[in-house]
Ligand binder design. Sequence first.
Ligand code: SF4
Length: 344
Amino acid sequence: STPLVQVESLQMHFSMKGGAFSRRQGTIKAVDGVNFKVYPNETFGLVGESGCGKTTVGRAILKAMQPTGGKVLYNSKNGETIDLVPMTNKEIRPYRQEIQMIFQDPYSSLSPRMTVQEILEEPLRLAGHTNKDFLYQKAAEMIQQVGLRSSHLMRYPHAFSGGQRQRIGIGRALITNPRFIVADEAVSALDVSVQAQILEILSELKAKMDLSFLFISHDLSVVKYLCDRVGVMYLGRIVEVADTDALFKDPLHPYTEALMHAIPDINEREIRSDILAGEIPDASNPPSGCAFHNRCKYAKDKCKNEVPALRDFISTFNGKEIFRQSACHFVEEIYLQSNDKEII
Ligand code: SF4
């Protein structure tokens, strides 16, 4: 089917000029040629260690930051495909209702001076709705959808727990009936038991409202629970894309493999930067060739000199052919070596 969102060669480079506080100069390639697609009704996960650029990708798609290159193609409700990157805020406004965001921190993302009703109604007001009965009715419906009561509408955010606030944040994102949601570390600030409830609500509402998600997280167990496909990022690039099951049980890229092996039990959760051999390199001065070469147990000379492209690859998993992508010069050899497998 036609992708809902197609990110092509997305780039976010920052130049550092040095100065009074830092002598560092050069270009930070926070996002350096990222490609992926999100299909209708799909949850696409973006994972990686902190500093890998995943949050910047989310912000670039929403134009909270202006990308320095590439395309973000969005297939809108009325069937046209538009590139969000060159568009002005004014040009994007008609599509704002279709693309929404769920923020990480439920404590700082809700205005303390607005009631829950005002918070929920705000995106509709911004979209030009003014009828008070309509607005109230929508807010009352939404608050119940996220598992709270209409009596909560009159209260202010400080009266709620972190989990309840995140429910309000989800309600605010969904009230305009969007099609695509960017959720950046949407449950990371919450206790594990509360996380489970929020994830359940997200998957329920996804099914009910036909939503697609870009779900950005450093927490592998959350990604495993919620996502259909996953892209793994390392130093500003995607190194592997695969179905969630295949990625977790049969990682193809050496970086993904190292991540999975470094976490003995998936319930032990988060990607910690200290569990892989070697330091994450400095983003302003990344290694030449494959940026993972200083930490990769398979690295050869070629890896230091040539940047590997993200290539299509078909593996077998559970007797099925799985289409996936990996950015490694030696993907075929490593696949054959590790598993006694055949390449199709
Ligand atoms: Fe390792 Fe080389 Fe593959 Fe990079 S290209 S992941 S260094 S084997």
